[in-house]
Design a binder for this molecule. Structure first.
Ligand SMILES: *Cc1c(COP(=O)(O)O)cnc(C)c1O
Length: 219
């Protein structure tokens, strides 16, 4: 199936209030252009250099989402244009984003990544760190707006486990949202689990291989 056909199918299974971020990492610019022509404006990348290269050549009304783990020393390259940084999981990174946002005279929207999985490899804040950042630390970071939370479920076939991990993120969101009305987004769900994520309250899904096909990391 073509990218356009894949997108049609996915769009039909996503409710209106859920934003689809097309995860285009490793994919060539022609593939992104095809998705763009089919109406997609939100693209997700996980490497800053690759995102900057694609930003240069593609239409300027694209909203670029940084979904990967961010190295502090590279924030400056995306600071002028990035739309939303999903994977923010340390105060050090928040401070650097704030600094670079200030240099560019803008406020950068971020999501705090929360650790919800039962795996050692996934990045993210624990509940206490999340608390600390939301209740204290963001007050000193005027060029950052925390607009939501992001999480990744364990890579497993066990649907119950995935569901309960997404529930955890939704509960954390509901716990903090009343005191932080700027929290609007729950970014959870990928190709394999986005339907469960939406059932559990996701408002933003990050879908790659179901749109663009499998990634080939060897090239
Ligand atoms: C690659 C990636 C995705 C998309 O994964 P697919 O399984 O291809 O849909 C979503 N979120 C993050 C953080 C990713 O790195």
């Amino acid at each position: 199936m073509s990218i356009k056909e894949n997108l049609n199918q996915i769009n039909q299974s996503i409710p209106e209030h859920v934003t689809l971020v097309a995860v285009s990492k490793t994919k060539p610019v022609v593939d992104l252009q095809e998705a763009y022509d089919a109406g997609i404006r939100d693209f997700g990348e996980n490497k800053i250099q690759e995102m900057c290269d694609k930003y240069e050549v593609l239409p300027k009304d694209i909203r670029w989402h940084m979904i990967g783990h961010v190295q502090t020393n590279k924030v400056k390259y995306m600071a002028p244009f990035v739309h939303l940084i999903h994977g923010v999981d340390s105060l050090k990174l928040l401070k650097e984003i704030n600094k670079q946002a200030e240099k560019n005279n803008r406020v950068i929207d971020v999501l705090l990544q929360v650790f919800i999985a039962d795996e050692e490899t996934k990045f993210g804040l624990d509940t206490e760190e999340l608390n600390e950042i939301l209740s204290n630390e963001i007050q000193n970071l005027p060029n950052i707006k925390v607009v939501g939370l992001m999480g990744m479920a364990t890579f497993t076939e066990d649907e119950n486990q995935i569901r309960s991990e997404f529930k955890t993120l939704k509960q954390l969101f509901d716990h903090h949202q009343p005191n932080h009305p700027e929290l609007k987004i729950i970014s959870m769900g990928m190709s394999g689990d986005y339907q469960i994520a939406i059932e559990e309250g996701s408002t933003m899904v990050r879908i790659g291989s179901s749109i663009f096909g499998h990634r080939n990391y060897t090239i």
